[in-house]
Design a protein around this ligand. Structure first.
Ligand SMILES: Cc1ncc(COP(=O)(O)O)c(C=O)c1O
Length: 379
């Protein structure tokens, strides 16, 4: 493959080039992160014990007790079905590289977090896009799914709850995905990093684990637990695939850090795990209410299918400007960062994150409303 064929990770490139130093960062996908002190207080950590952590190479596939705990989240799984990775990001890359062979295709939904698709394209594999339908609550176009999947389909990639829409896959769409995968003998790779961030109730989004034999689950500490700086994720699946991914993990990173494994082990133990998820949900619920209240100040301009989960809202706007130009204007004039819908392949939208301290959120949204008023006055 020549250099020119390389597909950058559009969303992450946008964030990594722009997010540092911005005043109103409404582009994050998780909740406002916790400090180490916050975690120490919440979990009642004995810092003297924590200070004894050896800054050594950890067990490469992940600390045993951490893998035991995570295996407990997936009925029937043992610690050997779990590998600890550097965030969900590494898990996504390992799983793509482990599963894909030349000539395989990958089926992805649009809009979504386009990491597996980008990895697949960069390996020279075909990516087939299936649209999610906004007017139908971002439900799946099942006919398009059935047309896209064939006997060369190796992976159907599911992000549930989804980024950027925050929607949870319905039972009917879930059944259609499983039926399509079974027909083709494809793997379902499910990124479940937003499970636990439900906005409307406390019932957690059910995992795809156990619903089909060829399922691989990706998850991490970054979203529902508010600890993205740990850079710790996991991959769960059949042991042979986990072992093959482990061989790739040795090339990619060797392991995440010892300290991250210690802290994740503490964070995932009850009652800390439930407390962290409760914190995330509280931030998400308040933040969404503030967001919609502020966006409603210009009736008919902004509209959103309310996200069922996650800190994100994929907001449609009716303004005579492209999503890239609107995002650029907000950044230049008001120091507000939001992600243009074009980065997800969907024009006329902005992705907002609103699980932030309320005062800060309101200040930034008031500035956004000034830009909105100016565009409306000139059009
Ligand atoms: C769906 C999805 N998967 C994975 C990631 C990356 O997660 P991590 O911080 O665990 O690498 C993100 C981050 O935005 C995401 O939205």
């Amino acid at each position: 493959m020549s250099h020119a064929d390389f597909t950058p990770f559009q969303v992450e490139q946008f964030l990594s080039e722009l997010e540092h130093g911005v005043v109103f960062n409404f582009s994050e996908s998780g909740v406002h992160p916790m400090s180490l002190q916050g975690l120490v207080d919440l979990a009642g950590i004995d810092t003297a014990v924590l200070m004894q952590t050896m800054l050594d190479y950890p067990q490469v596939n992940g600390k045993q007790s951490l893998r035991d705990t995570i295996a407990g989240f997936y009925p029937g799984a043992t610690a050997d079905a779990v590998m600890i990775t550097v965030g969900a990001t590494e898990a996504n890359t390992l799983v793509t590289n482990t599963l894909l062979r030349p000539g395989d295709n990958v089926v992805c939904f649009r809009p979504t977090y386009a990491q597996i698709s980008g990895n697949a394209q960069n390996r020279g594999n075909e990516v087939r896009w299936v649209n999610l339908i906004e007017s139908n609550g971002w439900a799946l176009d099942q006919d398009a799914l059935n047309n896209a999947v064939d006997d060369k389909t190796r992976i159907i990639h599911v992000v549930n709850p989804n980024n950027p829409t925050g929607q949870v896959i319905s039972d009917q769409d879930r059944a259609a995905i499983i039926a399509a995968a079974a027909r083709a003998g494809a793997w379902i790779v499910t990124d479940e990093v937003y499970a636990g961030t439900e906005r409307e109730g406390d019932a957690e989004t059910p995992s795809f684990w156990g619903s089909y034999d060829k399922v691989l689950i990706v998850n991490s500490m970054s979203k529902a637990y508010g600890l993205p700086g740990l850079r710790l994720g996991w991959l769960v699946g059949p042991e042979d695939i986990i072992t093959q991914s482990w061989r790739r993990h040795e090339y990619a990173s060797i392991a995440t850090s010892m300290l991250s494994m210690e802290l994740a082990d503490i964070a995932l133990a009850e009652p800390t795990r439930s407390k962290l998820k409760a914190r995330a949900r509280q931030l998400i619920r308040t933040g969404f209410d503030v967001l919609t209240e502020e966006l409603d100040r210009h009736p008919g301009v902004y509209d959103v299918v309310p996200p069922q989960a996650s800190a994100m809202s994929f907001v449609r706007f009716d303004l005579p400007v492209s999503s890239e130009d609107l995002a650029a204007r907000l950044l230049q004039e008001k120091d507000i960062l939001v992600i243009p819908g074009s980065r997800f392949g969907v024009e006329g939208h902005l992705r907002f994150s609103s699980a932030l301290p309320e005062d800060h959120l309101r200040k930034g949204l008031a500035l956004l409303n000034e830009v909105t008023a100016d565009i409306l006055a000139r059009s």
